[in-house]
Design a protein around this ligand. Structure first.
Ligand code: SME
Length: 153
């Protein structure tokens, strides 16, 4: 995807987070889903205790995985290690918890403050090998921008 789209998205999301008082996380999720055609499902999980709880999301279908324990699935793995997980082909990863038949690739970026995991941004794609370096760099910037907006600080 064109670099300019990522650049503009960073600016637009900063604006949303500055101005949107009511539900900034939902607005950011909606923006990501509506702007990037290779993002087929976008959601934010919030960590409470040892469980990730699904917060705002956007996509064609709801997921059955609304609560994920640390260590389970790709989401639980990222919450355990604090590292971004990029799965080029979910079929090749036996940790994967299936949500949608159409999903081929997934990225999970932890939202961390002072090494404490607050939650994560989870994005599915219907195309294999969808998440490139520019997605990773961009989404890691976005998760940092979300930190002050996560309520379990
Ligand atoms: N696939 C995830 C579960 C969440 S859904 O993608 C929305 C996982 O393996 O943890």
């Amino acid at each position: 995807m064109d670099q300019i789209i990522y650049h503009n998205a960073e600016r637009d999301i900063a604006q949303i987070l500055k101005n949107e008082k009511k539900n900034p996380l939902q607005q950011v999720v909606d923006y990501l889903y509506n702007t990037f055609s290779h993002y087929s499902w976008v959601g934010i999980y919030i960590l409470k205790g040892k469980i990730l709880y699904l917060g705002p999301w956007n996509g064609v279908q709801a997921t059955e995985h609304t609560k994920i324990p640390i260590g389970k699935g790709i989401c639980g793995a990222a919450a355990k290690t604090g590292k971004t997980e990029v799965i080029a082909d979910v079929k090749g990863d036996d940790r994967y918890l299936a949500c949608f038949l159409s999903t081929k690739a997934e990225i999970v970026i932890p939202i961390k403050y002072n090494n404490k995991i607050l939650g994560e941004l989870d994005i599915d794609s219907d195309t294999k090998n969808s998440f490139k370096d520019q997605d990773i760099l961009f989404l890691e910037k976005i998760t940092d921008m979300l930190i002050p907006h996560i309520s379990n600080l």
